[in-house]
Design a protein around this ligand. Structure first.
Ligand code: ADP
Ligand code: MG
Length: 680
């Protein structure tokens, strides 16, 4: 479905202490207009956008209202791009990177992507990130300082891509943030004037989100399943100011004027796109690296949002107007986004899936962190090998091509020398001036390449690539790559200059001049001798040239063989890496068997422990019962003791009473006896 690019303007807080003396920017809802200090709006300078954010607006609000939808759509399979455009110090980097208290769009997007993925349980995701900078029309990898001046390539499978750019597979937001931080460090590496660099370079943070439905049935991944691949670009553009026109103090600068080619071409592209697709004009995407990389984001299959940052100060009114005009044009662009589903092997997810699944199955549902780390490492290794292989293939291809070209050149040269030698010997033998003339004419033609018109030394041939149409606007020639006179540039643009990417150079060759008037049918013998002499010197020259060329060829062959050697070494290294990947797989297998063994051991230990604890419980119960019995016994003994005591007390008292009775009885008997004695 066709939809307009979402465009917002953000005004940063004022830095200057001075209050405005003539005009100021007023924001009402989604409109920004230039007003006279105590009066009316100035006509023609009022602009409306999807959103206009004032000084007090936070990054969080900008993200919620402008970018969030693009990010969510990217998780669902739509390409997405968010740009920050504006003059230097208007707040682009603040918007994209944010501050400690208020993280910018990039951090929020990264967190959001991972949060959203967590909530989607029926799809599996693979996320890769890369981070690059375009500085002086050269693409540098910010993840590794080694990857500088990377080329742009195009293939059926991958579309337009930066060859050799390092990509890192990530599985959480923290990893990405760390990578971004290391990228910033790389960017500062060896840089003396960071501010100048950051205001002149574009940075592109890119996330490639691949996803695939999880097969809940057999767990078998059929190869025909479509995979969604979406690319999310978050771009912090170079400062849009034209230092060219006026310096900070309003003085026209004398020095060479700075033109950022990519930014200028971006302006042209936006201009053409905003004129409407119906006019079917040629869009010069190929004229700059930035527009080439962002081609789909600008005019096609992508959801795009642009935040144009402006400075509120009065000194910046002109730049602010420029930015607002750019924003208005961008607002007119219509894109047509659709979910990218592919069935080819281009999706990394697909290529790695089987292997990963295999590993995962081996894990048997165990999600220990160490294993996850191992998987991530393996995934990244696999990706690295793929990138290296791709680079090697490219180098090899390039080498083959130049080798072929060199051989062809030498063959041509030899052919010409042979022609010339036979011509000279013919000339010696025959006196036929006509045939001589004809041959010379032919030879003259032979020296001319079809593309050379009247070629002079050091000329080059420019050829437009077959599929690019005639441009209305042309790229800046290399000699002007960064610093160019703007007026010259515009004058030049009226003419026709070839597409830089399609430019093919042919080495300059000397064209021999054989003016036909020199050779006339009635020329004298002297003339003929002179001519012969000429030809001989030319032949010597050509032979010298041939020797020189052969020497060069030998040198090149040497270089070639050295390069081949290097390539072989690299291949060996790659093999080694593959071996190491094999060995890590083996290690992984070993780890796994160990893990299994440990698991079994643990299980048997658990079994023993549970048996022992059962025994312990049983014994404890027994002990408790015995203790209870013992307590009862003790109690009974105590009771018995008490009883015995009581009994002995009772017995003693009984004894005493018996003794007293006995005494009484005895005394009574004594008494009776005495009485008896008395009676008798
Ligand atoms: P640019 O990247 O466009 O050159 P910066 O983002 O570096 O500009 O902003 C310039 C200065 O203004 C920085 O010190 C930044 O912290 C500050 N700044 C920009 N926008 C805001 C904002 N919305 N709120 C607070 N400070 C801001
Ligand atoms: Mg910046």
């Amino acid at each position: 479905m066709a939809e307009k690019i979402c465009v917002a303007v953000r005004v940063r807080p004022s830095i200057s202490e001075e209050s405005p003396s003539g005009t100021f920017w007023k924001i009402e809802d989604n409109r920004i207009s230039l007003h006279k200090l105590h009066g009316t709006p100035i006509s023609g300078l009022s602009y409306a956008f999807d959103h206009v954010f004032d000084e007090s607006c936070s990054n969080s609000k900008v993200y919620e209202l402008l970018t969030k939808d693009v990010i969510h759509a990217a998780v669902d399979g739509f390409n997405g791009t968010a740009f920050a455009y504006g003059q230097t110090s208007s707040g682009k980097t603040y918007t994209m990177n944010g501050s400690l208290n208020d993280p910018g769009i990039i951090h929020r997007a990264v967190n959001d992507v991972f949060q959203k993925i967590q909530m989607i349980s029926d799809r599996e995701f693979l996320i890769r990130v890369s981070y690059m900078e375009i500085y002086n029309e050269e693409i540098n990898d910010l993840f590794t300082v080694e990857n500088q001046k990377l080329p742009i390539h195009e293939s059926l499978e991958r579309g337009i891509f930066v060859a050799g750019l390092r990509e890192e597979i990530v599985n959480n937001a923290e990893q990405v943030i760390k990578l971004l931080e290391s990228g910033e460090v790389n960017r500062h590496f060896g840089e003396t004037n960071m501010n100048a660099r950051s205001s002149r370079s574009h940075t592109i943070f890119r996330m490639v989100i691949e996803s695939k439905g999880i097969d809940t049935g057999s767990g078998d991944y059929s190869s025909s399943d479509a995979i969604r691949v979406s690319i999310l670009n978050l771009v912090d553009l170079a400062g849009s100011e034209r230092i060219a026109k006026t310096g900070a103090g309003g003085v026209r600068l004398k020095e060479g004027k700075y033109i950022n080619k990519s930014l200028m071409v971006l302006g042209n592209v936006i201009n053409k796109l905003s004129n409407g697709a119906k006019q079917r004009v040629h869009i010069p995407y190929r004229d700059s690296k930035l527009t080439r990389i962002l081609q789909t984001a600008l005019g096609g299959n992508a959801k795009t949002s642009i935040i144009c940052t402006v400075a509120p100060e009065e000194v910046h009114v002109e730049e602010t107007k420029g930015t607002l005009q750019f924003a208005s044009r961008a607002k007119r662009i219509t894109n047509c986004a659709q979910v990218n589903e592919i069935l080819t092997d281009a999706a990394l997810l697909k290529r790695q899936q089987l292997e990963i699944e295999d590993l995962r199955r081996k894990l048997q549902g165990s999600r220990s962190e160490v294993m996850e780390q191992e998987i991530l490492k393996l995934r990244n290794d696999m990706l690295k090998y793929e990138l290296e292989r791709e680079k090697l293939e490219m180098e090899l291809e390039e080498e083959r091509r130049s080798h072929k070209e060199r051989e062809q050149r030498i063959r041509d040269q030899q052919l010409k020398i042979e022609n010339l030698s036979s011509l000279v010997s013919d000339g010696d033998r025959s006196s036929s001036q006509d045939s001589m003339k004809e041959s010379l004419k032919d030879e003259c033609n032979d020296f001319k390449t079809p593309c050379f018109k009247e070629t002079s030394n050091n000329a080059f041939v420019a050829k437009r690539s077959n599929y690019s149409e005639l441009p209305d606007f042309s790229p800046l020639p290399d000699s002007f790559s960064n610093v160019a006179d703007e007026d010259t540039w515009f004058k030049m643009n009226k003419g026709y200059i070839a597409d830089l990417d399609a430019l093919q150079t042919t080495p300059a060759r000397k064209v021999q001049s054989f003016p036909p008037q020199d050779i006339t049918p009635d020329c004298s013998n002297d003339n003929y001798k002179l001519e012969l002499q000429n030809l001989k010197t030319q032949l010597e020259l050509v032979i010298k040239e041939k020797v020189e060329l052969q020497r060069k060829h030998e040198e090149e062959v040497q270089i070639n063989s050295r390069l081949m050697g290097e390539i072989c070494e690299l291949k060996q290294e790659l093999d080694l890496s593959n071996n190491s990947s094999e060995s890590s797989k083996q290690r992984y297998g070993n780890l796994e068997t160990e893990f299994q063994k440990l698991k079994e051991e643990r299980d048997s230990l658990l079994q023993t422990v549970s048996e022992s604890s059962k025994n312990i419980t049983f014994l404890t119960d027994q002990k408790e019962n015995i203790l209870k019995d013992l307590n009862c016994e003790v109690q009974r003994r105590k009771d018995l003791e008490v009883e015995i005591k009581q009994f002995s007390v009772a017995f003693a008292s009984r004894q005493r009473s018996l003794a007293s009775i006995h005494g009484e009885f005895k005394s009574k008997i004594e008494k009776l006896r005495a009485e008896n004695l008395v009676r008798y």
